[in-house]
Structures are given as C-alpha cells and as structure tokens.
Design a protein around this ligand. Structure first.
Ligand SMILES: Cc1cc2nc3c(=O)[nH]c(=O)nc-3n(C[C@H](O)[C@H](O)[C@H](O)COP(=O)(O)OP(=O)(O)OC[C@H]3O[C@@H](n4cnc5c(N)ncnc54)[C@H](O)[C@@H]3O)c2cc1C
Length: 389
C-alpha cells in the first residue's frame, strides 16, 4: 500500500512534534517552514532563549515518545517540584509533587531547545524540510488530495496540517475565521542570571495590575514574567538594566539571591479560537487553532494534546485526509481547548478586579483549595496532565 503523504506547514514546537509523530506512524512527511533552524547548532548553543515553556507531564511523555526528551535532558531544563499561587502572603495555594507522589510537576524548557530536539529527529524519519519564505498563493483540493501553490510550484499531499502559529496564513487562505480578542494586559519576560542554587518552586502572585511570576530555569538562569498594561511595560522596557532591576525588586517578592538582567522582551496577549479546525483535507493544530492567555503556561501543552489526539485518530485509518476523521479530531479537542481558555479568562478577569467581595471570595478560594485535599489534587492533576480524565 502507498504511504499517506502529509505536509506540515510550520515547524515550530507543535508542527515539528506533529511531523515526527506521523512519520513514526508510517506517513511520508514534509515540513514547510519559513524560518528553518540548524538543530544541532541550537542544541549546542549556550545562548539562552528568553521564550520558555512550562511543559506538563503529558507533554513530557509525548516528547519522550518522539525521542526529543533525552536530548533535552542532556541539554538544559529545570524540573519544578512546587507550584504556588497567591494574592497576599498567608493565603497561598501550594502544590507539591509529594502531594501526588511524583518526582516533579513539570519542566521549564527553552522553546528553541524543544523545537531543536524535535528537528533532530527529522533525519532518521526521512522528514524533508522545505524553506519557503513567500506567502502561499492558493490551496486547491480534489476528492483525493490537496495542493499548496507557491508561485509556480505546487506541493500535493493527502493531508495538510497547518501548524503555522496564531497568525496562520493557511487558516486565512482556507477561509477559516477566528473568534477572540486582544487582552489589555501585555506581558514582559525578563531573563535573569541568579546568584542562587537551583530553584525548584515556580510561583505566581496575582496583583490588581496583573500577575507577576517566577519561572526557574536551569541554574543560574530564571525567567520573570510581568503582566501589566501595554504602555507601562513599554516604558519598563526602555529602562536601563539597573533601573529595571530596581523595579523588579520593588514589584516582585524577594528572590532567592542577587540577580542580573540578561535581556527582556514584551509580548502582546491574545485569545483566539478558530471557528472550525478543518476545511476539506486541511487541519489546524496548536496556536493556528487556538491561542490562549499564557497565565498558566498551557499553550504549547494544548498543542501537544492536539498532536496526540490527531495522530491517535489517524493511526488506524486508510485515508488520513478524509474529512470525517478531521471532524472527529475537532470533536475531541475543541471542548478541552475551550475549557482551558475559559479557565484562564476566569483567572484573568477574576484576579484583575478589586471589588471587595470578589477579593474576599478569591482569597477564601485559595485558602479552601489549599486545605481541601480532593479539590487541590483535582486542580493539580488538571494542571500537570492538562486533562480531566
Ligand atoms: C509570553 C508567553 C509565554 C508562554 N508560556 C508558555 C508556557 O509556559 N507553557 C506553554 O505551554 N505555552 C506557553 N506559551 C504559549 C506557547 O508559546 C505557544 O502556544 C506555542 O509557541 C505554539 O506553538 P506552535 O508551534 O503552534 O506555533 P508557533 O510557536 O507560533 O510556531 C509556528 C511556526 O510556523 C512558522 N510559520 C509561520 N508562518 C509560516 C508560513 N506561512 N509558512 C511556513 N512556516 C510558517 C514559524 O516560523 C514557526 O516556526 C506562551 C506564550 C507566550 C506569548
């Protein structure tokens, strides 16, 4: 039997995982990427990526199956064992890996390392990478296949996977609309070098102007996340390193030791959900399908769950581009993605509001959740596995 041909457009973390997974399942896979990387060089580079992701246990298992996790363990990552959320000292909700008899709750890993560890698998699975920087001209479909047209070139497959991120060109070309909005808050990531041993706790403090968070990376590095309105963050971004450090000292709870700022970047925040996940033989995964507030660090974890769900459905079918399979995938994933997006919004809006009764209610919630085993373990299980099963 002829192999099913797949084109994955976008070789970011989610697209690369999708490509490796389908190649492992016997498909003939090609990746189209506008900004290709040299995976070997990235894995060896000592330059730290300011973009870092909290990878939950579900994603860790997937990355293990794809062969990426061993490379990450040999490179740079930081397991975290505790996760703390609070608004004011004393009303802390603390999750500890010991509560559920596990060695860690997740890992903090630089995005570029996750992507490179997946690209390193391409060669052994004969995944061909095509660099195309120009925009796509058209998508054509017949009952048997789908073609992407770039200028004079035409690339055909049984299935096209759009993993080209939140501004997906393929999604637009396929006339799939999105529902969503830009949040008023933006977020600034600050990469710091600490004078402290390896940290094992990640924490987030909710403040009226937006949360601040500490993400431990492999020592001596860590990432500070500061949510606030766009203008305030743009002003902070213009400060000298010393001035910014002073602002951090005034606005974050004390860190474990002295620190210096390496660099920082400001990111706009959007919520966006595609109105449908497929059109004929084209299907959306990752941020192309859903962009979520990064408040609880779940975006790429949801993308990896898309990869697992879609590959599961396609594992035992003959025609992988058949619309009925792609609709089945949407049924499996849409509700779960929506639930996570809505929970992030409940946190975003709930904690930004200074109404006294709401303030009282959320501090009660943190207190009760912290002392009630079943609620705490349920939230914890959802946070680290991303599912309610
Ligand atoms: C500040 C911040 C912090 C975050 N923290 C976390 C976290 O802790 N945990 C977590 O799970 N998530 C986090 N996220 C979300 C996470 O970064 C995204 O969900 C994730 O990057 C999405 O991956 P993706 O592969 O779907 O898309 P992208 O990362 O956007 O990758 C898309 C890829 O497609 C390529 N591309 C784009 N257009 C084209 C085209 N036309 N042709 C070919 N290639 C194309 C791009 O070059 C890129 O390689 C965070 C997001 C932000 C903004």
């Amino acid at each position: 039997m002829q192999k099913n041909k797949v084109i994955v457009v976008g070789g970011g973390m989610v697209g690369a995982a999708m490509a490796v997974k389908l190649a492992q399942q016997g498909c003939d896979v090609r990746v189209i990427e506008q900004r290709p990387i040299n995976a070997e060089q990235v894995l060896q580079s000592e330059t730290i990526d300011i973009r870092v992701s909290a990878i939950n246990r579900f994603s860790e298992k997937l990355l293990d199956e794809l062969g990426a996790m061993p490379l990450l363990r040999a490179s740079r990552l930081a397991p975290y064992q505790q996760l703390e959320a609070f608004e004011r000292a004393g009303d802390n909700l603390l999750f500890d890996c010991n509560d559920i008899n596990t060695s860690h709750l997740g890992h903090l890993i630089e995005n570029k390392l996750i992507q490179a560890s997946l690209w390193q698998q391409f060669k052994q699975h004969n995944i061909d990478v095509l660099t195309i920087k120009s925009p796509i001209c058209a998508i054509e479909q017949t009952a048997q296949d789908i073609s992407l047209i770039y200028g004079e070139e035409r690339y055909s497959a049984n299935l096209v996977i759009a993993a080209d991120g939140g501004q997906s060109q393929l999604r637009a070309k396929a006339n799939i609309g999105v529902t969503g909005w830009q949040y008023q808050q933006h977020c600034m990531g600050v990469l710091i070098k600490m004078d402290a041993p390896q940290q094992i706790k990640t924490w987030q403090q909710f403040k009226p102007s937006g949360p601040v968070a500490f993400l431990p990376m492999q020592a001596p590095y860590a990432n500070l996340i500061w949510y606030d309105d766009a203008a305030k963050l743009q002003n902070l971004n213009k400060l000298t390193k010393e001035q910014l450090k002073q602002q951090i000292i005034e606005n974050f709870k004390p860190l474990a030791g002295d620190f210096e700022i390496v660099n920082q970047a400001v990111f706009p925040l959007a919520r966006q959900h595609a109105n449908k996940y497929s059109a004929g033989r084209l299907v959306l995964v990752g941020d192309a399908a859903h962009t979520i507030n990064p408040l609880a660090g779940q975006g790429v974890n949801l993308g990896f769950q898309d990869v697992a769900a879609l590959s599961d459905i396609l594992a035992s079918v003959d025609d992988i581009g058949n619309e009925s399979h792609l609709k089945h995938y949407e049924q499996t994933r849409r509700k779960a993605n929506l639930l996570m997006m809505s929970m992030m919004d409940a946190c975003y809006f709930g904690f930004s509001n200074q109404l006294t009764p709401l303030q009282w209610a959320r501090n009660r919630f943190l207190k009760i959740a912290n002392s009630t085993g079943p609620i705490k373990n349920w939230v914890l299980k959802y946070a680290i596995s991303g599912t309610l099963d």
